[in-house]
Every structure is written in structure tokens, then in C-alpha cells.
Design a protein around this ligand. Structure first.
Ligand SMILES: Cc1cc2nc3c(=O)[nH]c(=O)nc-3n(C[C@H](O)[C@H](O)[C@H](O)COP(=O)(O)OP(=O)(O)OC[C@H]3O[C@@H](n4cnc5c(N)ncnc54)[C@H](O)[C@@H]3O)c2cc1C
Length: 288
């Protein structure tokens, strides 16, 4: 459980961090909270020759309102999001999701950027980020580029970030009006990670019908996904018990579900349906 030898650099600006990554393309790895990377290094699943620690870059940890958006720096910790008044007001799905991550120590050290860049199939953030249709801002040698949440998660532990790019910021649209949200999770009893996690963000029209719905599911497949069939079964409908039940049945349509020692494919699909139904019920009741 001792990592292989590595060098360590702690730049104080993003430009410096980008230069370091560019100068060491094959051996450098970004260090954020270290909660996934350090264990992987101890198990020698990862053996970077250089760690570029983002922890001293001051302008990477923030939550700012800008017009109709809330901007979140990649080094913002789960706890900072959980306790943010701006997010509780403008996008309460994120603080609710944060409160489900690990324990207090984990939430104080782990970062939203590290979690998204790691793309753990059982991570909580990807479900919420997909449900919110967030934008990811990556910075690299050629400057910034924006990646939509639907395009960001590519596969197991794999994202649309290019080598040498740093995830710098996450942009969320504020929710207002008759919006309802919910995050429902079955935590793994040992790790706390999501066996299944369902994030729902929906809005109601003046007549009470579902105007829009957006549902992100984690834990079920190799990456978080939008439950498009559930969404289309809700949109334009009265969100009564029968409609919600019928929609939730489609929670894992079209995805290859994972199977492991704790949860078989069949059990995961069942959990996805049950928790999708519950999350929609809660979100709908909050929107009314
Ligand atoms: C005991 C324990 C319990 C946990 N429980 C949960 C849980 O219930 N739910 C959950 O979702 N998570 C859980 N986690 C994960 C944790 O919350 C972190 O989110 C996660 O480990 C990654 O974040 P980090 O900041 O530690 O990233 P690191 O471990 O530092 O980095 C992870 C990976 O992302 C890369 N990276 C980091 N930041 C960036 C960036 N800005 N740009 C590009 N690449 C980057 C790194 O190079 C590395 O490959 C748990 C962790 C532990 C140790």
C-alpha cells in the first residue's frame, strides 16, 4: 500500500498548472482532493511520475452567481456545495446530492471537479449534473472549451476531457418558478457509493401539467445517463400516481446494467425503477 515514487508540484495559477501538464504529457496527473487518486496510487493502479496539485490555486474554489447561472469552481468541496446558501436558493438539487456523498470527512476534502473528472460509475455528482444539463468548462493549452453534461461522461472512468486539460468550472442554470427536485440513493453499505442514485429536476406549467423533466441516473451502468424514456412519459402529463409509476418502469431502458457481488443486473434495474418513482414523487410534490 505504498505508492511508486513520484514528483510533486503545487502551482498557484491555472496557467502554471496547464504548462506543467503540457510539459509532462505522459507522466503528470492532476491531484484534487486525492480521495480516488491516492488510493489508486497506493494500489499501484495509477503510477504518475508527477502530481500537479490544484490545491493552491485560489481561483478554483468558488460558488458565484452570474445572471441566470451559478458558477462552481472545480476545487469546490462537496461540503461547500452542501452548505451554500446560493445553491440552496438557486439550485437545491446540488446541496441535496452533496449531502449523500460519503461522510463529513469525505465531503470536506473531496471536490466536485475531482469527482466529475474521475467519472466513477457509482459517483453521486454525475446523476445531478446530467439532470441539470450543466456545462463543464475545461481549460487546456489552447484555452477554454465548454462541454455539455450529456457529452461529458464517455464511459467507465472516462470523460470527454483531453489529456492536458483541467476541468475548471461547472455552470448550472438557476431554477425558479414551479420547479421540483429530488435525489434518491441506495448507498453501498461498505463504501457509501451509489448502488443506484436518481436525480430529478422537473417543472410544472400553470395548469399543473409537467412542463419539463430531466432525470439523471448513476450506479446502474458504466456511466451516468439521462433516462429519456422516463422523461418523455412524464412531459405534458398530470403527475399523478399512475403516470409516475408507468414512467418509472423505463428507468433503465436501453442501458447495459452492471452486475456485481452486491447487486445483480436484475436487482439494479429494480432499484432504478423504485428510486426513480420515489424521486419523481418527491420532486413533483415540491413543485406543487
Ligand atoms: C471513504 C470514501 C467514501 C466516498 N463516498 C462517496 C460517495 O458516497 N459518493 C461519491 O460520489 N463519492 C464518494 N467518494 C469519492 C470522493 O467524494 C471524491 O469525490 C472522489 O474521490 C474524487 O474527488 P477528489 O477531489 O478526491 O479527486 P482526486 O482523487 O484528487 O482525483 C480523481 C481523478 O480526477 C482527476 N482530476 C481531479 N481534479 C481534476 C480537474 N479539476 N480536472 C481534471 N482532472 C481532475 C485526477 O487526476 C484523478 O484522476 C468517497 C471517497 C472516499 C475516500
Amino acid at each position: 500500500m505504498i505508492p511508486a515514487q513520484f514528483d510533486y508540484q503545487a502551482p498557484t495559477t491555472i496557467d502554471e498548472a496547464v504548462s506543467l501538464l503540457g510539459a509532462h504529457p505522459d507522466e503528470a496527473k492532476i491531484l484534487a482532493g486525492g480521495h480516488s487518486l491516492i488510493p489508486a496510487m497506493k494500489l499501484r493502479l495509477a503510477q504518475p511520475g508527477l502530481l500537479v496539485d490544484l490545491g493552491r490555486i485560489k481561483d478554483l474554489a468558488y460558488i458565484r452567481e452570474q445572471g441566470e447561472q451559478i458558477l462552481i469552481g472545480a476545487m469546490t468541496t462537496h461540503y461547500q456545495i452542501e452548505s451554500s446558501a446560493a445553491l440552496k436558493q438557486g439550485c437545491p438539487l446540488l446541496p441535496e446530492c452533496a449531502s449523500h456523498i460519503g461522510d463529513v470527512q469525505v465531503r470536506n476534502k473531496g471536490t466536485i471537479g475531482g469527482s466529475l473528472a474521475h467519472s466513477d460509475p457509482a459517483g453521486d455528482w454525475p446523476a445531478a449534473i446530467v439532470a441539470l444539463g450543466a456545462e463543464m468548462v475545461a481549460v487546456g493549452p489552447t484555452g477554454d472549451r465548454v462541454i455539455k453534461a450529456d457529452d461529458f461522461f464517455v464511459d467507465l472512468l472516462s470523460t470527454a476531457l483531453q489529456p492536458g486539460e483541467i476541468l475548471r468550472e461547472i455552470r448550472i442554470r438557476k431554477t425558479n418558478g414551479r420547479f421540483g427536485h429530488a435525489y434518491q440513493k441506495v448507498p453501498h453499505p461498505a463504501s457509501g457509493f451509489a448502488v443506484v442514485g436518481v436525480a430529478v429536476n422537473l417543472s410544472l406549467a400553470n395548469d399543473g401539467l409537467c412542463k419539463s423533466s430531466s432525470i439523471g441516473i448513476t450506479g446502474v451502468a458504466s456511466k451516468a445517463y439521462r433516462a429519456a424514456s422516463v422523461e418523455s412519459a412524464l412531459n405534458g402529463k398530470q403527475l399523478d400516481e399512475q403516470t409516475i409509476r408507468a414512467a418509472a418502469v423505463h428507468a433503465s431502458d436501453g442501458v447495459d446494467a452492471n452486475s456485481d457481488l452486491y447487486a445483480s443486473e436484475e436487482y439494479r434495474r429494480h432499484l432504478a425503477q423504485v428510486h426513480t418513482r420515489r424521486a419523481i414523487q418527491i420532486a413533483a410534490s415540491r413543485a406543487r
